[in-house]
Design a protein around this ligand. Structure first.
Ligand SMILES: Nc1ncnc2c1ncn2[C@@H]1O[C@H](COP(=O)(O)OP(=O)(O)OP(=O)(O)O)[C@@H](O)[C@H]1O
Length: 203
């Protein structure tokens, strides 16, 4: 018997955009591109059930409706471009983070004692990734996670996600960089006129 996709989408519709169909096997990645304001973030938020939407979402074959909302959001995690920080110390946000994840993202263990106030935007986005993967999601929805990072830090971020993909994580990654989509070995989608279609269908 063939395993159900880790994440599948049929007829997803949010306020501003649609994603007709996506099947992502465990470990697979979809890259989503599209003009600014076209609805990429809104679609990711809909997949994570953070915004209302219509259509069918399944995780390992099980419909979203079979999950309590908080459980779906823990398994299908949205990593926003601008991360939110609510407590004073970094460590308060990262109770379950693994030291090797911090190290892979370029931090020493003492980062947990840092004040959130001092973090640069790149440090915030890397630590937000550490926080997201520490939740142990089955699907991770990354909203331009490397948009403001240098090449070495971008490689570190890609490496952490790759490692989780090797353990079965499915990823949807918003990127405008075709070279990054290539490195990720991603299925490519483009959002045009409010519809996310496989990029080859648009050629
Ligand atoms: N809460 C909201 N209510 C109504 N419209 C919204 C809301 N949030 C975003 N929008 C609008 O929906 C559209 C899509 O926004 P979205 O943030 O998904 O774009 P995006 O493709 O991710 O853009 P960018 O690449 O600039 O981040 C935009 O026109 C935006 O102004």
């Amino acid at each position: 018997m063939t395993a159900a996709p880790r994440l599948s989408i049929r007829g997803l519709r949010c306020a501003v955009a649609r994603w007709p169909a996506l099947d992502l096997a465990a470990g697979a990645c979809a890259a989503l591109a599209g003009p600014s304001g076209s609805g990429k973030s809104r679609l990711l938020r809909a997949i994570a059930d953070l915004d209302p939407s219509e259509g069918e979402l399944r995780l390992d074959g099980e419909a979203r409706s079979a999950f309590a909302a908080h459980r779906w959001r823990r398994l299908v995690v949205y990593l926003p471009a601008d991360s939110a920080w609510w407590a004073e110390r970094v460590g308060d946000h990262l109770p379950a983070v693994e030291p090797q994840t911090l190290a892979a993202l370029g931090f020493a263990e003492d980062v947990v004692g840092w004040s959130v106030q001092r973090l640069s935007s790149g440090e915030r986005s890397r630590l937000a990734l550490a926080r997201a993967v520490a939740l142990g999601p089955k699907a991770l929805l990354l909203d331009e996670p490397t948009a403001n990072l240098d090449a070495a830090t971008t490689a570190a971020v890609e490496g952490v996600v790759e490692e989780r993909r090797a353990a079965g994580l499915a990823a949807v990654w918003v990127t405008h960089d075709p070279a990054q989509a290539e490195r990720l070995g991603a299925q490519r989608y483009a959002l045009r006129d409010g519809v996310a279609e496989a990029a080859e269908a648009l050629a």
